[in-house]
Design a protein around this ligand. Structure first.
Ligand SMILES: [Zn+2]
Length: 447
């Protein structure tokens, strides 16, 4: 093939793990580089069993969990692997957003390859690295892009557009090549606070008359799980807190700033204080400057926001200042009615000290499990039952629904549609739409 091409090195028939290589003549740009959340990976690596840090690429290649690409990995990461080290042959990596499945393999990349991210994502990645010791993104020449300002990498021009997703600072891209434009959506939704951004992106995408639409399809196909809008979550939480005389507990995804804002607003409305972990407090303080003033609550500055100090032997340096004036389990027990406590599943043992009044609400503001025999879900319910808490499911997904995806495909009118980040690519097939089901590692001409 002589014209520009696209190779799908991940995100094929799996949720997450997008690795999309665009090649135009001598120029090569990679979009996203993280592990998938697929059952395929979990066949070999689970919580307690992970690749060795001395030979990460070798251990992942063993099960085809990474692409065999030369001129991408660092010399150090390639230790012991069958892929020889070559000087960089990928000229830029664009990361759509800060979620693990899009950025989690960056530490394996040659430190000479520039990594392009939004300014907010740069802050987020740094914050995550500081406050989660197991997360490393590696050393790179970081390049920060601005909204809708084109970046040229040889013959390829990339225009980043902000989109709405369950982590802030998420982007979709228009990728202009010598044979036409590729639209790559990243992950997105249009039922959150930045829905207008997603719509503006798809309008710009349609105006481009693209050759290819590479679209995520997390919720494509049969998805019976209940989905709220972000406003819907707010209304539902308000209802739970209304007239509630006990403590209320909630759990969310750790980087879902929108959800933390929603919980905070609901707590304030109900005359309560939202208590968050030091890690969440650190995150809020870090990202707040990227938002209009006052939009993101900051501990110590915003009313109705506090920090919960769980029982811990050792403190990290970054968390010490945040624990000044933090509330302990004893304080929450003494004034239950004053608090909405955000408690991660991994910190459930705090309930042993909290002893919430029987019947206190627990708001599960995360995805429902995919399967009925989900171990984490069973364990969570065992704890809730043991302490007699009332379970409420209230979540706004980070992804567009099947019907919305269909409408977008029809609006953008690309010559060909390539579904990624989905277990149901066939669901995109419909009258008058040319859908290509990409194969892993296969190369496709742009036009
Ligand atoms: Zn994703």
């Amino acid at each position: 093939m002589t014209g520009p091409t696209v190779r799908f090195l991940g995100g094929v028939r799996e949720i997450g793990g997008n690795k999309i290589l665009v090649e135009d003549g001598p120029d090569r740009v990679l979009f996203d580089f993280g592990p998938s959340f697929s059952p395929r990976r979990e066949e070999y690596y689970v919580d307690f069993l992970q690749p060795r840090s001395a030979s990460p690429v070798e251990d992942l290649l063993e099960f085809d969990l990474l692409p065999r690409v030369e001129g991408l990995y660092s010399r150090e990461a390639l230790q012991g692997s069958s892929v020889p080290y070559r000087a960089p042959e990928v000229h830029a990596i664009f990361v759509s957003h800060a979620h693990m499945d899009h950025a989690g393999h960056l530490h394996l990349v040659d430190p000479e390859i520039p990594v392009y991210v939004g300014a907010g994502t740069r802050t987020l990645l740094e914050t995550i690295q500081t406050s989660s010791p197991s997360m490393k993104y590696g050393e790179h020449p970081w390049k920060v892009f601005a909204d809708r300002v084109p970046i040229r990498v040889g013959r390829i021009e990339v225009v980043p557009f902000p989109v709405d997703h369950s982590v802030p600072f998420a982007y979709g891209f228009l990728v202009r090549t010598s044979a036409g434009t590729i639209v790559y959506t990243g992950d997105f939704r249009q039922h959150g606070p930045r829905a207008a951004d997603s719509r503006a992106f798809f309008e710009a995408a349609a105006a481009e008359e693209p050759e290819m639409l590479i679209i995520e399809g997390t919720r494509a196909g049969a998805d019976r799980r209940k989905n709220f809008s972000e406003e819907g979550v707010r209304t539902a939480v308000d209802r739970v807190l209304d007239g509630c005389a006990t403590v209320a507990l909630a759990c969310t995804y750790p980087r879902d700033v929108d959800r933390i804002r929603t919980l905070h607003a609901a707590a304030v409305e109900a005359g309560r204080t939202l208590l968050v972990s030091p890690r969440t407090a650190f995150l809020l303080a870090s990202v707040a400057p990227h938002f209009p003033d006052g939009e993101v609550p900051v501990p110590g500055r915003s009313a109705g926001l506090g920090v919960y100090a769980r029982k811990k032997r050792r403190l990290f340096r970054w968390e010490e200042p945040l624990l000044d004036g933090a509330q302990s389990a004893a304080e929450v027990r003494a004034r239950e009615r004053d608090y909405l406590l955000a408690l991660d599943l991994m910190h459930f043992p705090e309930m042993i000290d909290l002893r919430p009044t029987k019947g206190s609400p627990f708001v599960h503001s995360m995805s429902e499990p995919f399967s009925e025999d989900d171990v984490d879900d069973r364990v969570m319910h065992n704890w809730l039952d043991h302490f007699g808490l009332r379970f409420h499911q209230m979540h706004a997904s980070g992804h567009a629904s099947g019907a919305e995806l269909d409408a977008i495909v029809r609006r953008v009118r690309a010559a060909k549609v390539y579904p990624v980040h989905t277990e149901a690519p066939e669901a995109f097939r419909s009258e008058g739409v040319d859908v290509v089901l990409p194969e892993l590692n296969a190369t496709y001409p742009v036009a």
